[in-house]
Design a binder for this molecule. Sequence first.
Ligand code: MSP
Length: 727
Amino acid sequence: MIHDLLMTFYVTTPIYYANSLPHLGHLYTMIVADTIARHKRQQGIETFFLTGTDEHGINIERAAERAGRTPKEQADYVVSYFKKMTAKFRLDTDHGGYDIFMRTSEPFHYQGVTELWRRAAKAKTPKGNEAIYKGHYEGWFCAPCAAYKTEDEYAKPAKEGEPPTCLIHETPLDRVAEESYFFRLSDYAEALLALYESRPDFVQPESRNNEVTAFVRGGLQDLSVSRLKTSVSWGVPVPDDPDHTMYVWFDALTNYITAIGFGNEERDRAVGFEKFWPALHLVGKDILRFHAVYWPAFLMAAGVEQPRAIVAHGMWLDPNGRKMSKTLGNTVELDVLSRHFPIDAIRYFCLREMVFGQDGRFGYEALIDRTNSDLASGLGNLSSRTLTMISRYAEGRVPSGVISEDKLLLAKRTGVDTDETTISGFIEHARDQFLQHLEAFAFSKALETAWSVVARVDKMISDAKPWDLAKDENQKQTLSAVLYRAAETLRWLCVLLYPVMPTATLEIWTQLGLRNSAGSLAESDPAKLKWGELAEGTAIGEVKPLFPRIDKTKTMAEINTDSAVQRPTSNVQRPAAAGSAEREQGSGTHTTEADAVLVSTGSVSDGVPGEATAQPEGLIDITDFTKVELRVGEVLTAQRIPKADKLLLLTVDIGEEKPRQILAGIAQYYDPEQLVGRKIAVVANLKPRKLRGHESQGMLLAASVGEEGKPVIATFTEDVPNGARLK
Ligand code: MSP
């Protein structure tokens, strides 16, 4: 796929929902896209790499409401975290990563998506019907999926009268019945099947292609593509019918073309729709249907060229084999990851460990093991031993690789292969295989191939024993040849591995002395590598260790502590299944949806996300405030406690099943009788604690007046119901 004659290339990740913080699943697609984009750029192809956020819909509205924000504020918040995270992982524009962080709340997107809708609304289907029509829809809608669910996609309720639950999210579905615009998808089945047949690479890998084909063969139903504004107001209005907002997938998928200028001249001039479209879409297999069925049908209706390909990857599972998801609360946190591992080790692990297209399990222990074996002992060690020997035995300059005729016999006696083409041939072959795998998205195989080169050259060094050769003046050329071959291999590995590990390879490149003498690594085409082009005499740079060994026990203990610190102490509903078992295995979980935003803020110590890090001292963010659950309570009973002259024991109704027992240090200022029947403000999510043998299950609010701190209880001058939230 990747290698072709076109001089531009466009790769996209999905745009991520702006209702929660990114996790490993999101990072993974970005790493894959970034690797592909860097590889393309190395080939001299002008590349455009898109990632971004999907900001509309009921989910974002709900998350915003929970966090006490407007939907736009919610999106801004998540986007600012995403951007900090992508910078931290060097995936942003400043580090040679994405070209656009697309946001569906951008005005140019509104304009473009409106244009696509208008075109589709004017179009006739292949069967001569109107592509978009108005009707009524009634069905079970999953807000987290942002999709209606058919019978095979939900679990029937345990009790009659209750809603069914989504099979993916295990959350109750909403019954939605309302007027809606429909896209006549049912008329597109033949056209879609013809598309898949004529372009076998359109959906990849092949197994996914078969899956999609089978789905379409099974028959397609028309798709509801709007919601009433009264149900979902945060979205793009349907053109000429502002009572409706567009279905979030119609809006979201269209981002791929609006980002490069579809429907907006200014944007088109800045990027170029004609120049970059069609794109290669990278998606998780869970959202394949939207990309491989709905999106092509929308494009057919609007008369826009089809994407270049839709390539689906598998899911990261937790160590117990369950899909990582925000809703299940078992995701791997990016700030925990970046705090304990070099970014390139994470990139390497993701691409090496997951067989692309299949699911893979993520465990910190496996990440540590791979980092230590493949990077610290493998590539890192090869680099440092080669460079150290060049500095020690060749005065810090790349020596000549040539063994003169008269020294060949001597060299042979040491067991060194005097025919340089044996090793260069091996490496050239490995390069070709590596590229083939890379272009087929077989990252794991590509890396396996590259590591066969590491092993081969390591063996060459160990067999040749340069430390012994160095003791014999007659073997100077043999020693030089061995060192040259190792250094030249390192140069090749830098070029091959740059898309996967841009930072580490640049470091080796610099240590090899190539930063100034050769072309830029980012622009070195691996297909054009020629053995022997590493110039003799190149002065190597300072030799520094690349991947220090990770102490497994210590790091696992730190990760477990980190993950525990980031876990919420209250107020967050966590499914029972996502509990302590994973914590013991150090899965670094975090909380759900908008709550994740809240919990992470205060706990980030190294500046990745958290608004907290950017706050002026002494100020808190609204999310900090919303951590405190304040409720209206009514004092039902009040009494003194024997031998505790400062405390009153109250029972307070805060709208729960049972009244709370609260101890308050106000006995010297209030008589119990004064308090009964009073409405007060209560901190409802304080951890319970024992005072004088009595449990206190909350705290009441009072002003502290004068030098002695006389308490004056906060109260309400208007009627308020018990349990009402103060915010
Ligand atoms: N907003 C939609 C996409 C719209 S694209 C026009 C969406 N967003 S998402 O945030 O829920 O997911 C984005 C991507 O993250 C999907 O490709 C999904 O497959 C991927 N992942 C989410 N969890 C994942 C794993 N545990 N493992 C791998 N990828 C996963 O869907």
